[in-house]
Design a protein around this ligand. Structure first.
Ligand code: ATP
Ligand code: MN
Length: 428
């Protein structure tokens, strides 16, 4: 047969302000800085080190000073771009740093930033850059990701926050350890708007507590990433997030319409700055299939890790009698079914117990941190430990077998479950 062509390594000399962009389609691609200084989405590259990028990676290596790079392997696309918004991003980063310094002096809150924009404008990448610049200034900002579909902190269908203390990994973005996560159970905010608003508020309260306990987090501020759905409830949820997270800087990527809507709706709050920020020409649109593949990948790597850092999940049995499983919400009765004059109540955030049966097979459950003695209503406003996947249900023996993430679930958390902890299932 035909032997695959092995491409010769290429050397690129970049001028100040240029970036080398490439997209990895098949086998991996390696990139090496051989002279000068360069950064990848805000993380500085080490001289000589060969960084490996896997299938699906779409990256840009930027230089403020000029540099020489070597590229190995065959990316789908590779080119040098001289027009990038990186200087604008750096200036924004510097302004935020100014606000942090002021906050530090006056013992006030640092900037709480929300990044908004339609899909595929580089919101997540922009957050990564801003967080990296903050960390490089010795700050420890909180990163909140409200994106349910392509979130970066946990598996799809949930929102969370984490303190960022180190620059992102060049190959792998931020190493997320122990994020605070709230269960939602759907991929879009519109599926249960009451629940989404409640968990955003609860998450914001946790963020506030962290800042209260650790002033350097308070001075560093927050970066909130959002989803690309900017219409209807998507837009409303942005306004809700601005309120809950006490946002004072809104950065709108690319879309003028969204920008002017936000300016209009935030006019009564002059303390909130809204800025329109250009997107990078390098941002790559991703297909529905690609997004769905990324979500599966996220779940797989939660349980099994990555090739570089594999995880070995273990299985264990729990008798039905030792846990309670719930799903959130039941359909509201239409008013026409009720006696005249009675209004139906909102059941969308009620916990409904579910009888373990083969129907829970292959479902992923969130394990609630709320204790068994606690009020049921508290479950949705309490964060979760992590996730388990149901791999077997034995109705005769009345046990379910779970596959459990071996790192996030500590023994005492498992005990909590065995003692009759609560687990919540995303409605199918
Ligand atoms: P979503 O709407 O799905 O949340 P987003 O607006 O957050 O998307 P990103 O995920 O940041 O967009 O970027 C989309 C893709 O473009 C990513 O794969 C990212 O790595 C790539 N990308 C971003 N900036 C650049 C750049 N300057 N050069 C090359 N690729 C880039
Ligand atoms: Mn994103």
């Amino acid at each position: 047969g035909e032997s695959a062509e092995i491409a010769e390594p290429r050397t690129y000399s970049l001028e100040k302000g240029e970036e080398l962009r490439f997209e990895v389609e098949n086998e991996s691609v390696q990139c090496q800085l051989i002279e000068g200084k360069a950064e990848l989405f805000g993380t500085e590259l080490r001289l000589e080190q060969k960084y490996t990028f896997q299938k699906g990676a779409k990256v840009a290596v930027f230089t403020f000073h000029g540099c020489k790079l070597k590229l190995y392997g065959t990316p789908e696309v590779e080119y040098v771009a001289s027009e990038t918004p990186m200087t604008i991003y750096l200036n924004l980063g510097n302004s935020l740093e100014g606000l942090r310094e002021a906050a530090c002096k006056e013992d006030k809150h640092g900037p709480n930033v929300l990044v908004a924009g339609p899909t595929d404008v580089g919101k997540t990448t922009f957050c990564r850059i801003l967080l990296n610049y903050a960390v490089r200034n010795d700050r420890i900002p909180i990163y909140v990701d409200l994106d349910l579909g392509q979130g970066s902190l946990t598996i799809p269908g949930n929102i969370g926050a984490v303190v960022i203390e180190k620059p992102a990994d060049v190959e792998d973005s931020f190493q997320i350890t122990a994020p605070v996560v709230f269960h939602y159970g759907h991929l879009t905010q519109s599926k249960n708007t009451s629940l989404y608003n409640i968990i955003m508020k609860s998450l914001a309260e946790v963020v506030d507590r962290k800042k209260h306990n650790e002033p350097s987090i308070k001075y560093s501020g927050t970066i909130v990433n959002t989803s690309g759905w900017v219409q209807a409830y998507g837009y409303q949820s942005i306004l809700q997030a601005i309120e809950h997270f006490a946002i004072n800087v809104v950065l709108v990527l690319d879309q003028e319409r969204l920008y002017s809507e936000l300016v209009r709706d935030l006019k009564s709050k002059p303390a909130i700055k809204v800025l329109l920020v250009p997107k990078s020409g390098g941002v790559v649109s991703r297909s529905r299939e690609f997004r769905s593949e990324m979500r599966d990948q996220k779940i797989r790597s939660y349980f099994y890790g990555t090739t570089a850092k594999p995880l070995y999940p273990y299985s264990f049995d729990i008798p039905f009698a030792q846990f309670t499983a719930y799903k959130i919400g039941s359909p509201n009765l239409p008013d026409s079914c009720l006696p005249i004059g009675m209004k139906s109540t909102d059941n969308s955030t009620k916990l409904m117990p579910i009888q373990p049966s083969s129907s829970i097979l292959n479902h992923i459950f969130s394990i609630s941190c709320s204790s068994s003695e606690q009020d049921l209503d508290k479950v949705i406003t309490t964060n979760i430990y992590g996730f388990i996947a149901v791999t077997q249900v034995n109705v005769d023996r009345q046990v379910a077998t779970y596959k459990c993430y071996s790192v996030s679930m500590l023994p005492d958390e498992r005990q909590n479950l065995e003692k009759g902890g609560k687990i919540i299932m995303p409605p199918s």
